[in-house]
Write a protein of this length. Structure first.
Length: 385
């Protein structure tokens, strides 16, 4: 095999492929980036046995062929070379890949071709076009609320399902004390999502968000995989879907309807700034901020033996009978950071029941957070949804 290509053309694909290969452990094909040269096209391929990547790039092909090399090793080399033309040539007798640039020459060992595992191809029928940046924004809006614990199975996943009643696509994350729900207007995804919905594990969501092109993309679902391809069909990513039973998030939300709710309208920036200052006084044993309410004022308190105490006051619009409630400071700050609205609405059910956060500029987005239980001896435990 022999081909010539510009560094600028090969580096993006090589970077994507190297991200999912292991460094030293695992089978050879899991450590390898594979080059396949034929018909004037260079394909770069890699898999970790779950995530798959392949890209097609223009190159000057002198001899067709297939070769696999250590992905991280090769990427580290190529990224440090100067811009310009690179020559790749396999010497079959020595089982080596020679990489040349001007007077520079590098020799890398290659893997036997029997280690190569063909990757699944993008299913063309019924695919949907979307924008990678929009998809990433949706993932970001629920990612924080997905459990990090893989033992938790379904709630270690983002749930995606088309709601026939509301005619929207639900993207939901749940971790036991938070629930985030983004509802997307119909864009064609509803035609490829199975009736029961799909589940994507958090670790694969992170990889997808990191690798997905931030431009127009093409999406499809088939054979228990989610496929994502750049609009120009150069880069292709697939991630596995998971088969678990996700809790009915609509039932969870409905069961917390309160007969006597309290509510607060607040400026997001003022609240985040106050919480940021007050968080300095939080410790491992004092993770909460106490919210105390009056008609037009929110008082926030933190106190600890180690760091002292802090009090903040901001003007709000408050209605209801709720006197006091406590939230983990870091959790509430994380939630607030995902809203675009300048004004936020808090809907409180009671001091130990869930709080719903919405924003007037985030019509399709809502977050539920459970408060911390306040006891007389000032011991706090999270109450799960």
């Amino acid at each position: 095999m022999k081909f010539t290509i510009q560094k600028e053309d090969i580096l993006p694909g090589l970077h994507q492929a190297a991200q999912i290969t292991t460094v030293k452990t695992g089978a050879v094909f899991l450590r390898s980036v594979w080059f396949k040269a034929e018909s004037g096209q260079l394909q770069i391929m890699a898999t970790d046995s779950n995530i798959e990547f392949y890209g097609s790039y223009q190159a000057q092909i002198d001899n067709d062929g297939l070769v696999g090399v250590n992905g991280r090793h090769l990427y580290d080399l190529i990224r440090k070379l100067h811009p310009g033309e690179l020559l790749f040539q396999v010497e079959e007798e020595s089982k080596k890949l020679h990489v040349k640039q001007n007077k520079r020459k590098y020799v890398l060992p290659i893997n036997e071709n029997y280690w190569f595992q063909p990757l699944s191809t993008f299913p063309e029928e019924h695919s949907v076009f979307w924008h990678g940046e929009s998809f990433s924004d949706v993932i970001d809006s629920v990612f924080f609320s997905i459990s990090d614990d893989e033992v938790m199975r379904a709630i270690n996943c983002m749930f995606v399902k088309f709601s026939e009643k509301e005619q929207k696509i639900d993207f939901c994350g749940l971790n036991g004390h938070q629930l985030a729900l983004f509802q997307l207007e119909k864009n064609g995804l509803e035609n490829i999502i199975p009736e029961q919905g799909i589940l994507i594990m958090k670790k694969y969501l992170g990889d997808l968000r990191r690798m997905m092109p931030q431009k127009e993309i093409e999406i499809n679902i088939s054979n228990n995989k989610l496929y994502c391809r750049s609009f120009d069909k150069i880069e292709n990513i697939s991630i596995p879907l998971t088969q678990y039973d996700f809790p009915d998030h609509k039932e969870l939300l409905a069961k917390y309807i309160s007969d006597n709710p309290s509510s607060m309208n607040v400026d997001k920036k003022l609240l985040i700034d106050a919480l940021d200052r007050i968080s300095i006084f939080n410790t491992d044993n004092s993770i909460c901020t106490y919210f105390e309410f009056s008609e037009n004022l929110l008082q926030m308190d933190v106190h600890s033996d180690e760091k002292g105490e802090a009090n903040e006051y901001i003007d709000v619009e408050f209605k209801g009978d709720l006197k006091k409630i406590a939230f983990p400071t870091k959790d509430i700050m994380e939630i607030l950071s995902h809203f675009k609205s300048e004004k936020l609405h808090f809907h409180f059910t009671n001091s130990e029941g869930p709080c719903f956060v919405t924003g007037n500029e985030d019509q399709n987005y809502s977050v539920l957070i459970m408060p911390m239980k306040i006891t007389e001896d000032v011991v706090y435990t999270e109450k799960d949804i």
